[in-house]
Design a protein around this ligand. Structure first.
Ligand SMILES: O=P(O)(O)O[C@@H]1[C@@H](OP(=O)(O)O)[C@H](OP(=O)(O)O)[C@H](O)[C@H](OP(=O)(O)O)[C@H]1OP(=O)(O)O
Ligand SMILES: Nc1ncnc2c1ncn2[C@@H]1O[C@H](COP(=O)(O)OP(=O)(O)O)[C@@H](O)[C@H]1O
Length: 287
């Protein structure tokens, strides 16, 4: 089995200090290291529960990576990995964004130390003020013909206007690394607004979150991706294949019959940001 580090990972843990990072194979699978503490255990428990839960509607399953169990991976010193569908396997020039949802990433059952660490990040980012924060971002820069990935520190420092601008940059054709440039939102209608686009998918998820009480998706992210190759070739808008997926279930808890207001609130706010861009795609936001 040929394994390599994923080319377009935008957030989360990477191989560091002897600890393994995620890997991908050439058969469309993504291997996520099982974190040694309760996080790995919780994520496996979630995937096991979710994949066999008959209360989850079929049309909602497509928003989650397919789960293939766990496996000890030889190429990674035998580390135990969660084996998932590689969400980017079918993309050649993907633009990818990881958006951590919710007005808080902590939850009462967590340790005091963890809560304090989360609180600091939540108040220092747009989590509290907007109900989400952009934790990872990589776009294909059409002017430079290369990928542009801002440093994590830059993303952490975004305020609400910065997050709004970044959501425009995600769907723009002009140069992005230039801090002063005004994003043109050229792909907003095909990526965010088309009939199968990001907004339609987010609204479908929202419908489910308005009713589902099975799980509480603490600290979970929405991963948005679309294909740039088709746009470069001037193909049909539909070839951009915009996709919304949920990732990172290391802090998911049983919903116990209660609506996940934290995720739902963040999702509603995020939807409004996307709607605003669609309603005024030419508005030049200040950077
Ligand atoms: O290490 P940090 O401070 O960058 O925090 C990680 C987070 O990065 P962030 O700064 O929020 O973008 C990171 O967030 P992303 O996945 O990058 O959005 C995770 O929250 C990670 O914790 P866990 O695996 O979900 O328990 C967090 O890792 P842990 O420190 O909890 O291991
Ligand atoms: N199934 C997947 N397929 C492709 N990429 C993925 C998948 N799951 C996660 N990723 C990539 O890895 C990043 C981190 O994933 P995540 O589950 O949040 O890890 P962590 O628990 O280390 O924060 C995501 O932002 C995304 O870029």
């Amino acid at each position: 089995m040929q394994l390599k580090a994923p080319e377009h990972q935008v957030a989360g843990h990477i191989a560091k200090d002897g600890k393994p990072g995620p890997l991908v194979d050439d058969k469309g699978r993504f291997f996520k290291p099982l974190q040694g503490d309760s996080r790995g255990e919780i994520e496996v428990k979630f995937y096991e529960s979710f994949s066999s839960n008959t209360e989850v509607p079929e049309h909602i399953r497509r928003y989650f990576p397919v789960y293939h169990g766990t496996q000890a991976v030889e190429g990674s010193d035998g580390a135990a990995m969660i084996v998932l569908e590689n969400l980017l396997a079918d993309f050649s020039k993907p633009s990818v964004m990881d958006v951590k949802m919710g007005t808080r990433t902590w939850y009462p059952e967590a340790s005091e130390e963890y809560i304090q660490k989360c609180l600091k990040k939540d108040t220092g980012t747009t989590t509290v003020s907007a109900g989400f924060r952009i934790s990872g971002f990589e776009v294909f820069d059409h002017k430079e013909s290369s990928f542009w990935k801002p440093e994590r520190k830059l993303l952490r420092g975004l305020n609400v206007d910065g997050a709004r601008l970044t959501l425009r940059k995600f769907v723009s054709s002009n140069s992005l690394s230039d801090i002063g440039s005004k994003p043109d939102s050229a792909f907003a209608s095909s990526v965010y607004g088309s009939s199968h686009g990001i907004l339609t998918q987010l609204l479908e998820l929202k419908n489910w979150f308005e009713n589902q009480t099975l799980y509480h998706f603490n600290s979970c992210s929405i991963l948005m991706v679309y294909e740039n190759e088709s746009i470069l070739k001037g193909n049909d808008d539909d070839d951009a294949r915009p996709q919304v997926k949920l990732v990172d279930f290391a802090h998911v808890l049983d919903g116990n019959g209660v609506i996940d207001h934290n995720f739902l609130g963040g999702l509603c706010s995020f939807i409004n940001f996307i709607r605003d861009i669609l309603q005024s795609p030419n508005e030049s936001a200040e950077s």
